[in-house]
Write a protein that binds this ligand. Structure first.
Ligand code: COA
Length: 390
């Protein structure tokens, strides 16, 4: 049975900061952020957006009435969850009015969560070919003002509809996994900001890539020649390039040119959004699909997922015939074009605005937020979400 991505959409908040201006404010050479790290714009989440609303807005853009009826499983990958008990998937299920006969859960393994969710979805569809699974990868990357990781923050969500006979990409069954208990990046329950050993995490990302790539090649007999493009988890866009460069000498000049050229397409959305943690790999895939207009059906795309702590996986997909007809390119172009730049000072104010943690009720101003689905406040320790169209 062919199982894979039937629909894919994304959402990012309407505010961003320019990385050149952030560099100047931090007394850093702008080229360090734009070339050394590879980021141009960083999406900023206002207080009226959290992991739940970002994911709900991403899914809202792609689901029709028939999908809502057929979805019987919502799997929400995140490392910015809003509740230690109730899953973010249940909130999204309610906000979108999905079929009540559905299972809803949240999964966590840093930036690997959405990939675990996709593999769980594949297993579910193998047993229930008629069903559709909504996989969400949604996060707000927060390292803190004036920190080493600040230039690699971001916010956004990707929504994937996984089904049998998918319209966009069939996910192949071969994959390779690697897990090791390391402390390269983590966020203790009491902290709203991540802790990271930046250099170590870079090294481990590449080490894990080499482990899963070598294992995958051995299992499948595939090599660089078999891939039209390889998409990477992109905490910042230079990271995937560093990993890709470690294997390029395994191919011909043609392989090298093709993979490097397609890498450019696969990083464009990410360099304008920043790190969205578990959705980042799929934002990169979306960037490639939306922007590389002559990517042919039948092409094999490699996918490298990495979640600190750490789990790595390499797997692949084949593009279906007429897949382009099922992309939401115009919606994404409009999203990028309608964003508003904020100054570094405004960004600092927005970043520092947090919800009360002492049980105080709060009502938030949602009129300034163009998103359909917003966080409108907190009442009795309970987040109040609004779908403006329901
Ligand atoms: N022009 C061009 N490039 C420049 C430059 C300039 N003026 N100044 C510095 N650079 C380059 C550096 O040479 C380096 O490139 P390289 O990595 O290819 O050698 C890059 O910019 C980053 O510089 P560095 O000094 O290493 O940055 P840093 O100490 O501020 O740390 C991170 C960068 C990514 C480690 C840090 O932002 C971080 O911790 N991020 C979060 C963790 C993360 O994303 N981990 C990834 C795995 S999940």
């Amino acid at each position: 049975m062919k199982i894979g991505i039937d629909k894919i959409g994304f959402y990012a908040p309407h505010l961003y900061v320019d990385m050149n201006k952030l560099a100047v404010a931090r007394d850093v050479e702008p080229a360090k952020f734009t070339i050394g790290i590879g980021q141009e714009k960083m999406a900023i989440a206002p207080i009226t957006q959290d992991a739940v609303t970002l994911a709900a807005n991403a899914a809202f853009g792609i689901l029709d009435a028939s999908d809502k009826e057929k979805i019987d499983y919502v799997i929400f990958g995140t490392e910015s969850g809003v509740d230690n008990s109730k899953s973010a998937a249940v909130y999204v299920h309610g906000l979108l009015g999905l079929n009540p006969h559905a299972r809803c859960v949240e999964v966590k393994q840093a930036c690997y969560g959405a990939t675990a969710a996709i593999q769980m979805a594949k297993g579910h569809i193998a047993l229930n070919p008629e069903s559709k699974v909504l996989v969400l990868g949604s996060d707000i990357a927060r390292y803190g003002l004036h920190t080493g990781g600040e230039s690699t923050q971001g916010a956004g969500a990707v929504a994937l509809l996984i089904s049998a006979d998918p319209k966009i990409m069939v996910l192949e069954d071969q994959n390779s996994l690697y897990t090791d208990d390391i402390m390269d990046f983590w966020r203790p329950i009491y902290s709203d900001k991540a802790y990271v050993d930046g250099k170590f995490s870079n090294e481990q990302y590449i080490l894990f890539f080499n482990k899963v790539w070598e294992d995958y090649k051995e299992k499948t007999g595939f090599g660089l020649k078999d891939f039209e493009a390889i998409c990477y988890h992109l905490p910042y866009t230079k990271m995937g390039l560093k990993a890709l460069r470690t294997v390029l000498d395994q191919g011909t000049e043609e392989d090298k040119d093709r993979l490097l050229a397609n890498y450019e397409f696969s990083k464009t959305y990410n360099k304008n959004i920043g790190n969205i943690y578990t959705g980042s790999l799929y934002l990169s895939l979306l960037s490639l699909l939306d922007l590389k207009e002559d990517l042919e059906a039948g092409s094999r795309i490699g996918l490298y997922s990495y979640g600190s702590g750490a789990v790595g996986e390499f797997f692949s997909g084949i593009l279906e015939a007429n897949y382009r007809e099922h992309l939401y390119v115009n919606q994404h172009t409009e999203l990028f074009e309608s964003r508003r730049e904020v100054s570094v000072e405004e960004y600092e104010v927005i970043f520092s605005e947090t919800l009360p943690t002492d049980g105080t009720n709060v009502e938030l101003e949602i009129d300034h937020d163009p998103a359909v689905i917003c966080l409108a406040g907190v009442n009795g320790h309970s987040r109040q979400y609004i779908n403006k169209l329901r």
